[in-house]
Design a protein around this ligand. Structure first.
Ligand SMILES: [Zn+2]
Ligand SMILES: [Zn+2]
Length: 403
């Protein structure tokens, strides 16, 4: 499928030449995944396609890990360290609005985050490394993970032992990123993406006539005070040097203009970078909601979920990815450290276990109208980014085993 070159010829031009030759296949695979998108833990067709390709190429792999996950193992010329590469495979419950030949064939499901691209890049990386396995010393584990968009496939894969036998020394992963121009790389040491926490709160007041408020406990007034008071957590409890967000995204109460509402419901999300905040926002939310409710004689029920911790990159691994990116990107100033986002990612669970680096690969191309944001029904990315993703991974592998 791709012209192979002697294994001794691992240098910039040969590596790039060989990887660029994979481009039609990367596009074909990506479009295959795009046409058959599947939600978290249902990535059956996706996993079957990956497994079939790995089988065809003779790459050792294990399927059915955390439902639909796959781990491929590529041994170099001798055993040494183990580097893992992680790609997520799941799609979103969105109806695609793109009019492209490869548009989603599954009603109401769409690859609107680029995970189809991540999977194709990881598959291309497996193919390349397997055919050049004499050129590196060590083992590469490629982890195809389900359910990143929720409820989270990283944790169950770790619990299933994907970081063991052989034990993984470090991990890397990438996210195609339409917030950055095509061909740029976003990488930084420390926090890259935020922790994701969610809450739902129900306020129990006492309903009544809209003109006779003294006989009631107005859940709307209580809820309004809570919404405002919650904003003081970031404004007055968080060090201004740290970043955090408390968003109330839903607020529902009442049935009529002249009726005081018995109950009010709100839900929202909390984001932060500093891992020391684990547990803090939950505690402050509870204190504020309890205090406001008590002052009005209302009651409440609070549910709180800590979904994903922040994505924290190891400084050494971030430096490795940064040095590789400088070689791979072709645009001046194309390696960008100012790439933090309050979005979240369950790559964070892998990074809690082993040192690693998650990075962004710019994929937006406004000239081709490929710049819609992630999770938009018209999201799509410039497919010329795919070989660049493979080259980033391949060069990271080479560099990692050099040490
Ligand atoms: Zn997403
Ligand atoms: Zn994503």
């Amino acid at each position: 499928m791709v012209s192979t070159v002697p294994n001794s010829s691992i240098n910039l031009s040969y590596v790039r030449h060989d990887i660029r030759a994979l481009q039609p296949h990367l596009v074909e695979w990506r479009r295959q995944f795009h046409q058959k998108p599947e939600l978290g833990f249902q990535e059956k067709l996706t996993a079957d396609f990956i497994s079939q390709k790995l089988q065809e190429w003779g790459i050792e792999h294990h399927t059915g890990i955390a439902e639909t996950g796959i781990v491929a193992i590529i041994n170099g010329k001798s055993e040494a360290k183990v580097l893992a590469i992680r790609a997520d495979m799941d799609a979103l419950p969105i109806q695609e609005l793109n009019e492209v030949p490869y548009r989603s064939q599954h009603d109401g499901v769409m690859h609107a985050c680029g995970h189809d691209g991540h999977t194709a890049i990881a598959l291309g990386t497996a193919y390349y490394l397997h055919h050049h396995r004499e050129s590196f010393t060590g083992t590469v584990k490629i982890i195809f993970q389900p359910a990143e968009e929720g409820p989270g496939g990283a944790k169950p894969m770790i619990e299933a032992g994907v970081l063991q036998t052989p034990d993984v020394d470090a991990i890397i992963g990438l996210h195609l990123w339409n917030n950055m121009p095509l061909g740029t790389v976003g990488v930084r040491a420390g926090a890259l993406m935020a922790a994701v926490e969610l809450f739902r709160c129900q306020i129990f007041g006492k309903g009544g006539h809209g003109a006779i408020p003294h006989q009631t406990i107005d859940s709307v007034v209580v809820a309004a005070q809570i919404v405002n008071a919650l904003q003081t957590i970031v404004a007055r409890n968080v060090n201004p040097i740290d970043s955090a967000v408390v968003t109330v995204g839903e607020l529902h109460a009442g049935t009529a203009k002249n009726v005081i509402a018995d109950t009010a419901n709100m839900s929202g999300t909390v984001r932060y970078f500093n891992p020391e905040f684990a547990g803090f926002f939950h505690q402050r939310l509870e204190q504020i909601i309890a205090g406001v409710c008590q002052s009005h004689g209302a009651n409440y029920d609070l549910e709180y979920w800590s979904l994903y911790p922040p994505v924290i990159n190891d400084p050494g691994m971030a430096e490795l990815v940064h040095s590789v990116a400088e070689k791979v990107v072709e645009t001046p100033m194309g390696v960008v450290p100012e790439c933090q986002t309050m979005g979240g990612e369950d790559m964070s669970f892998f990074l809690q276990e082993v040192p690693g680096c998650y990075f962004f690969l710019g994929s937006a191309n406004p000239e081709k109208n490929l710049a819609y944001p992630h999770h938009h029904p018209r999201f799509d990315f410039d497919e010329t980014v795919l070989p660049m993703g493979v080259e980033m991974f391949v060069r990271c592998v080479e560099k990692f085993f050099e040490y």
